[in-house]
Design a protein around this ligand. Structure first.
Ligand code: AGP
Length: 606
């Protein structure tokens, strides 16, 4: 949420910062801004809206600064306008900030006697606080230390001072920040995407760390002791953050799904043998209860996995939204495993849920995409999703990577607990090659989904209904539709519809029925028909096997089918079809697919 880039070096800082902001725009796109030091004067330029607006404004000036900071914002405190945009300047201090200063009102009241505030933001207050201390202490590092002690909340700051034109300071708590060096050029960024065109090597700032960057980088802990840091390497390429010929990152990322599955198979089950999983995931035999925690789509993967853990591994599984889990009463159990799911590994609620589980002495497992992210580092154990960089705000490949890993984990637990024989588990694993083939086929056939999307993209609302695991798939399909096409859609447990919500069904409203389980297929299809009786347009999404029984039934507007695999892997291909339909609906509507309104990729605030 929000993107930070800072630069000190030999290049034109404006260019480095603008290119970094373009790469970071997926983290927030309400407004953007830059501050740089030129001829010992700090100049700030800010614009409402996209980075393109800022770029245009900057093209009018010929400054050649060597140091600067930039920010792309997702508004928390105050409207997304130019005044509230970062950087903020108070006294001789200019900074950009990711996170939330929780005690900003209290601090603002204290600082009012010394400063006049212009914006509605918490960030300007933090800036004033640092300025106040640097003035009092006459030492920048001491000032930052004192500010850290006073601030309650989360932050990643990049800071420059009028009277130190060649230095850039950074510090963080609960909001990610990296620092990098290449050929005497120095970078600060909220994520690697911003600097990947210069380097894939970086240092991670830990909680409370401060870094001073001038003609070298010096790291300090929260007590200002100088500390050494290890270099991290991002094992991807610049291609990961480029569209590579696709119109949108979302479509590119759907196309990446086959590669992601291959990464997972090659790394965790290269021989398609359950013993590979035991070797790579470890043993889960001691657990008798699982709690899965996540937000948004990550929560939805948990909902789907619940059925797999319960049906195949016979282990009771609860699924909680992280934002609820962190404030509710929990019943810690020595034999419980809490699984935290997160693409970014930085989602504030999921991170706090993890900390709560650990405080209660519950074992934790992170299923995380971004390497060395906060949740990955703080979890007792981590399994990486290997989905590569995901830029589109609407998750596609990372959701499926999470679901595949959870499905494999369910198989492993089923085997370890004696619920499934080795031969049976291996049979399921052998279908992974079929999953690759089927997914590729669906994606190659994308025009078919575009044709379907054409028939209802102008609608204002729709329903997705299903039972058990299919209901969990409906939740994700519905979220995908809402977030990028802005069509109001509801996911509903098919059997619940007639207990009130069926009153919303109107003539010509599209109702999707997702049906993968042959045993309950007739039940969900009956519910679908109940909506048809009230005028709906029915679209059935199912397996080829189930569809056979409805071959001559003309009441469905479409029957979208996927090849049968096995119940543990069946959900994955269904979701790819739903992602494609949402993508094309949004495309036909002309929406901003990769950066939907009001959203940001990584939600690092509560
Ligand atoms: C889904 O398309 C969303 N972008 C969102 O629901 C996302 O899954 C959620 O915010 C969780 O993010 P995380 O996986 O990075 O924790």
């Amino acid at each position: 949420m929000c993107g930070i880039i800072g630069y000190v070096g030999k290049e034109n800082a404006k260019d480095v910062i603008i290119s970094g902001l373009c790469a970071l725009e997926y983290r927030g796109y309400d407004s953007s801004g830059i501050a740089y030091n030129v001829h010992n004067k700090i100049k700030t330029v800010k614009m409402e809206g996209k980075v393109a607006n800022l770029k245009e404004k900057l093209s009018e000036n010929s400054d050649l600064p060597n140091i600067g900071i930039g920010h792309t914002r997702w508004a928390t405190h105050g409207k997304p306008n130019e005044t509230n945009a970062h950087p903020h300047k108070v006294g001789i201090t200019t900074l950009v900030h990711n996170g939330i200063i929780e005690n900003y009102m209290e601090l603002k009241n204290e600082l009012k006697k010394f400063y006049r505030f212009k914006s509605e933001t918490d960030t300007e207050v933090a800036c004033a606080l640092i300025d106040y201390y640097q003035n009092k202490e006459k030492d920048k590092l001491e000032a930052l230390k004192m500010a850290q002690e006073k601030i309650i909340g989360s932050y990643a700051f990049a800071i420059i001072f009028d009277d130190e034109p060649c230095s850039l300071y950074t510090m963080r708590k609960d909001s990610p920040l990296i620092v990098a060096e290449k050929n005497n050029n120095y970078y600060v960024a909220s994520d690697i995407a911003a600097i990947l065109s210069y380097t894939n090597e970086y240092y991670l700032l830990d909680q409370g760390d401060i870094a001073k960057i001038a003609d070298k980088i010096t790291f300090y802990d929260k007590d200002l002791n100088i500390i050494k840091k290890d270099i991290n390497v991002y094992h991807g390429t610049l291609n990961d953050v480029m569209k590579n010929g696709f119109d949108h990152f979302m479509l590119k990322e759907i196309h990446d799904e086959v590669t992601v599955y291959k990464n997972i198979i090659n790394s965790y089950v290269p021989n398609l043998n359950i013993l590979d999983l035991k070797k790579n995931f470890g043993s889960f035999l001691k657990y008798q209860k699982i709690t899965i925690v996540g937000c948004g789509s990550a929560y939805h993967t948990g909902l789907a996995a619940k059925y797999l853990f319960e049906n195949y591994a016979n282990i009771p599984t609860n699924v909680e939204m992280a934002s609820e889990y962190r404030y509710k009463k929990i019943f810690p159990d020595k034999k419980e495993l809490v699984i935290l799911i997160s693409q970014s590994g930085e989602t504030a609620d999921t991170l706090e849920a993890l900390r709560k589980a650990k405080e209660n002495k519950i074992d934790t497992l992170g299923i995380i995409n971004v390497l060395s992210s906060s949740i990955a580092r703080e979890s007792n154990k981590v399994i990486y999703c290997l989905a590569g960089c995901e830029i589109a705000v609407a998750t596609t490949k990372a959701y499926l990577a999470q679901l595949l890993i959870l499905s494999l984990l369910a198989l492993l637990v089923a085997y370890e607990k004696g619920q499934m024989k080795k031969i049976e588990a291996n049979k399921y694993l052998h279908d992974l090659s079929k999953l690759l083939k089927d997914t590729k086929e669906i994606i190659n056939n994308k025009n078919y989904y575009q044709d379907i999307a054409k028939t209802f993209y102008q609608d204002r609302e729709m329903f997705f209904i299903g039972r058990n695991i299919d209901f969990a798939l409906c939740m994700e399909a519905s979220l995908k539709m809402k977030e990028i096409s802005y069509i109001h859609s509801e996911a509903y447990a098919a059997g619940e519809l007639k207990h009130g919500t069926i009153s919303l069904i109107e003539k010509d409203m599209v109702v999707f029925g997702i049906v993968t389980d042959p045993v309950i297929a007739p039940k969900t299809i009956s519910n679908l028909k109940e909506t048809k009786a009230r005028g709906s347009r029915m679209i059935l999404v199912t397996t080829k096997e189930i569809a056979k029984a409805y071959e001559n039934d003309n009441s469905f507007e479409y029957i979208i089918t996927v090849n049968n695999i096995n119940p543990i892997l069946q959900s994955l291909t269904i979701i790819t079809t739903m992602q494609l339909i949402s993508y094309y609906v949004a495309l036909l509507k002309g929406e901003n697919i990769d950066q939907p309104r009001n959203l940001a990729k990584s939600v690092t605030v509560e």
